[in-house]
Design a protein around this ligand. Structure first.
Ligand code: ATP
Ligand code: MG
Ligand code: MG
Ligand code: MG
Length: 460
């Protein structure tokens, strides 16, 4: 029988802890603490940034770390590492995933550490460019040369004959980075006081390989969730189809919803809704649309998946719970409260969606837009007043066979850029603040809740 994901994780952690003297440390929350350069934690190394930079408080526990190992909750849905658009289209990019990693902080480096070979046959080398051979966490921060280890699901081939480098047959599973530099604000590279090793391996991808599955969605990290989605929807069972074979994009919807509900649960559990509001809200809205419009699930179905996610993740992430402590579990916001927050935001979104559709219909019925461009001012108002992400506005227009006056819309966007950025963020923050408040979760920014009030989907 295939190795369960929980065992894949524990085998990795135990190997570095028991055989190679690494300290097992907890995953940090997905909202980075004290690092404004990041929206979400996007790699295991993020929480160790002060160690790489040599700025860790000498009295902190972290200052004594030499070798550590962990499984880090990561979100790649914004910033430098943004995989949102790939989710569901391939079987191995998720917005939320766990990154297994081991580190040496000025301890072992190339020889004692990660590389055992001095020569690799050319048939085993993939000719990638700088983007894949130099790893960076964001616009600034620790970075260095890296090597990416890939798994070929086909096997027995000469790497030099592979033409399509984006083929889903060849999947990156592990990245080894030799952290030597810091990318400064002026984009220059500063050599760091000591050299470190940083590795990251996606648990979902490793599990896929070990369970002999091309798609991570066919592993035990996702199948219980896909089942739960089917039970709540009007769709047939998940069939793993992709591209044009996936009629009506039903299987795509399954994958997107399964991915997004994991991300939403983790982000809300880590109380990162307020500060990462816009991004989390975008994920929520995408999930709601796929759930209701494609999978024909009733309102509330999305939130009802939360217990399945939290059960799975608590069970998995709390591996070695006694050492990792409670911090690593999804415990900050309990499942019922996560569900309330999702339901409340879903209801609000659906009501804006109805208002938006009415506004669209009204506008379209007044005029024939077959040879004419749809007025940018109306598209803009969908975005500004009803909080629609602009890509959703585009999609809704495309579904009705009309095209927006792009030039004028771009002008409006540019004109309102600063103001709009701030106000839509505020609106979404107020929404989630209200939801958090109702379920009694403490939040940080009191000024917002007094400054704005929602009326008919507009905030005043
Ligand atoms: P890719 O080239 O496939 O997008 P990456 O080079 O961006 O991956 P790294 O930043 O090197 O990824 O992250 C380390 C490891 O984390 C990867 O080797 C992979 O196993 C895993 N990983 C990265 N992005 C994702 C994702 N979106 N979903 C699941 N696993 C991921
Ligand atoms: Mg990537
Ligand atoms: Mg890569
Ligand atoms: Mg990589």
């Amino acid at each position: 029988p295939p190795l369960p994901a929980a065992q894949v994780r524990s085998t990795f952690l135990d190997f570095f802890r028991d055989k190679h003297g690494h300290l097992l440390v907890p995953s940090s929350p997905v909202r980075p603490r004290g690092d404004p350069s990041l929206l979400f934690v996007n790699a295991g190394m993020n929480q160790f940034k002060p160690i790489f930079l040599g700025t860790a408080d000498p009295r902190s526990e972290m200052a004594s770390y030499h070798r550590v190992v962990n499984s880090q909750k990561c979100v790649r849905a914004g910033g430098k590492h943004n995989d949102l658009e790939d989710v569901g289209r391939d079987g191995y990019h998720h917005t939320f995933f766990e990154m297994l990693g081991n580190w040496s902080f000025g301890d072992y480096f190339k020889v004692g550490g990660a590389l055992y070979c001095t020569w690799v046959p050319p048939a085993r080398v993939l000719p990638f460019g700088l983007k894949d051979n130099f790893w960076e966490m964001g616009d600034t921060g620790p970075c260095g040369p890296c090597t990416e280890i890939h798994y070929d699901h086909v096997g027995g081939r000469d790497a030099r004959t592979l033409v399509n480098m984006d083929s889903p047959d060849v999947v990156e599973i592990w990245n080894l980075v030799f952290i030597q530099y810091n990318r400064e604000v002026d984009q220059s590279l500063r050599l760091l006081p000591r050299f470190s090793v940083d590795t990251g391996m996606g648990l979902e991808r490793l599990t896929g390989v070990l369970q002999g599955r091309r798609s991570n969605y066919d592993t035990d990290l996702f199948t219980p969730l896909l089942h739960a989605i089917q039970q709540r929807s009007g769709a047939g069972p998940y069939a793993g189809r992709t591209g044009t074979a996936d009629e009506g994009q039903v299987d795509l919807a399954y994958r997107v919803v399964a991915d997004h509900i994991r991300t939403l649960s983790v982000c809300i559990a880590d109380v990162s809704v307020q500060s990462a509001g816009t991004c989390v809200m975008r994920i929520l809205r995408r999930a709601v649309r796929f759930c209701i419009e494609v999978l024909k699930a009733p309102q509330g179905a999305l939130a009802s998946l939360v217990p399945t996610v939290t059960y799975m993740l608590v069970k998995y992430i709390s591996h070695n719970a006694s050492e990792l402590g409670e911090r690593s579990c999804l415990h900050v916001v309990p499942a019922l409260q996560i569900m309330d927050i999702i339901n409340e935001n879903e209801a609000h979104f659906l009501s804006s969606l109805r208002q938006g559709s009415r506004l669209l219909q009204r506008t379209l019925s007044r005029r024939d837009y077959r040879d004419r461009l749809f007025p940018a001012s109306v598209a803009w108002s969908l975005h500004r007043d009803l909080g629609f992400p602009l890509d959703l506005v585009d999609l809704m227009l495309a579904e009705r066979g009309v095209q927006v006056d792009r030039q004028e819309l771009d002008r409006l966007i540019a004109e309102n850029q600063q103001q709009a950025g701030v106000s839509s963020r505020l609106m979404l923050d107020v929404l989630s603040l209200a939801a958090l408040q109702r379920v009694g979760v403490p939040h940080t920014d009191d000024s917002l809740k007094y400054a704005y009030r929602l009326e008919d989907g507009r905030y005043v």
